[in-house]
Design a protein around this ligand. Structure first.
Ligand code: SF4
Length: 444
């Protein structure tokens, strides 16, 4: 394993040595898999009280780097490292470290490690090579597993439901503990020149920039930044977009085709009716058309990153079939990176009884085994194995959370004029067979 071989540390992960992360509520973090806010002089860093330059060598960044250098696990990485239990060869830190080995080479990686080691974690003479930018919650859709911090549409809906629907409010408070207030004002933070001057100053050293949101194709400053990269002659920087495929437009197409390589991960959580139910009010017809436009661009490296959650547990095979169809049609590699939902907890698949999960497991496994594994992208292979093991983890299910799931679903259905039974007939039937009283809201 490269971590042990080159860094003499089992806990080394490249991310805190190359990148910074801005979260959609304005906090600065070191990694999207952690989302732990950075601290300097006992103060949590945000884009209003700090700069990214200061955050780069903040107390937290140096502490995390030194822990990794000394072979200690950083507590903020615990959830990410847990993924290695399901998939010892493919957790995020393994992927990330391998990716950066490929990008900057062994010598530069070892240099970063040694420089930080001999300077108490400081990397003063270099700036980030990687930025993960979630610049606000501006979004045009409201996916069921999302939240107000990442979608302005959910923010609006949540304000109404929180104040009008007692069942929704109860579920919300149990999940998050407090109301989501004041997000509108925070969005102005992302326009601040201080943030943008910092980001633009990093361009000469940048290798890759990840944009998500909100929906990154709606955020005007993302275009400003990309144009600035091109103006500085850096068409070799790899922009990486996580997009909902609802808002492709000429400006976006125009700008991305000027870069040497662009990574696009499409958030597709289901096909047809399932897409329209989970990702309201997106329409599958438009989403699939836009997805195919990306498949036709030669400089685009295309992937799909579905949120693996309770709603789509019986539609995983449909997504896989769709991706296989587009791969064949455009004769290109497209990977699937399943993202297991961790929050809200009420949408995690492990709240379902094992018997229901086993049915989904068997269907996915049967289809997966019908494919030629040697022709699948390694990300698809690893992440499909990950969701398969997740499905059969023998944890007891959680009937209280399942009840909350049903209440939350009914609240959203009433407000959006959608119908769980029509949109997820298979899941409805399975839950109904198991716990009919939950769906009818009767007491046991
Ligand atoms: S170990 Fe995981 S959470 Fe920690 S920095 Fe690496 S990728 Fe991020």
């Amino acid at each position: 394993m490269r971590r042990k071989k080159f860094f003499n540390s089992d806990t080394f992960c490249v991310i805190p040595f190359v990148g910074l992360n801005v979260l959609s509520a304005g906090n600065i973090s070191y990694c999207c898999f952690s989302e732990e806010q950075l601290i300097d002089n006992d103060e949590g860093l945000t884009i209003t009280n700090s700069t990214l330059t200061k955050a780069w060598n903040s107390d937290s960044m140096r502490d995390i780097r030194m822990k990794m250098i000394n072979g200690e696990e950083h507590e903020g990485c615990a959830a990410c490292i847990k993924q290695e239990e399901w998939n010892p060869d493919g957790g995020p830190r393994i992927y990330a470290t391998d990716e950066w080995f490929g990008k900057i080479g062994r010598r530069q990686m070892i240099n970063l490690f040694k420089t930080a080691k001999s300077n108490d974690g400081y990397l003063s003479k270099t700036s980030p090579m990687y930025l993960d930018l979630r610049l606000g919650n501006l979004c045009n859709i409201k996916c069921r597993m999302c939240n107000p911090w990442n979608s302005s549409q959910i923010d609006k809906e949540n304000e109404i439901l929180f104040n009008q629907d007692e069942e929704y409010k109860e579920v919300w408070l149990d999940e998050f503990g407090y109301p989501a207030d004041g997000l509108n004002e925070k969005q102005k933070w992302f326009e601040a020149d201080l943030l943008w001057n910092d980001i633009i100053n990093f361009i000469p050293n940048l290798q890759k920039v990840y944009f998500t949101g909100g929906e990154p194709t709606l955020i005007k400053n993302n275009y400003r930044f990309l144009q600035e990269c091109l103006d500085q002659g850096r068409k070799d920087i790899v922009p990486f977009f996580n997009t909902n495929c609802t808002n492709q437009n000429k400006t976006f197409y125009n700008i991305i085709t000027q870069f040497d390589k662009v990574d696009i991960n499409a958030s597709l959580d289901g096909v047809e009716k399932m897409n329209d139910y989970i990702r309201f009010p997106a329409k599958w017809k438009a989403v699939s058309k836009n997805f195919e436009s990306f498949a036709a661009f030669e400089n685009v490296h295309l992937g799909v990153s579905p949120c693996f959650q309770i709603y789509n547990i019986f539609n995983i095979v449909d997504i896989m079939k769709y991706v296989e169809k587009i791969k064949e049609k455009y004769n290109r590699d497209i990977h699937i990176d399943w993202l297991p939902n961790t929050h809200p907890i009420i949408l995690r698949v492990d709240i379902l009884p094992l018997e229901i999960r086993l049915k989904a497991y068997n269907e996915i496994k049967e289809y997966y085994e019908s494919l030629d594994e040697t022709k699948l992208n390694h990300i698809t292979v690893q992440s499909t194995k990950k969701i398969l093991s997740l499905l059969i983890e023998e944890k007891g299910h959680d009937i209280d959370k399942l009840r909350q799931f049903v209440n939350y679903t009914k609240s959203l259905d009433r407000f959006r004029k959608q119908n769980f039974q029509d949109s997820c007939p298979r899941l409805y039937e399975e839950i109904n067979n198991f716990y009919p009283h939950i769906l009818s809201n009767d007491k046991e």
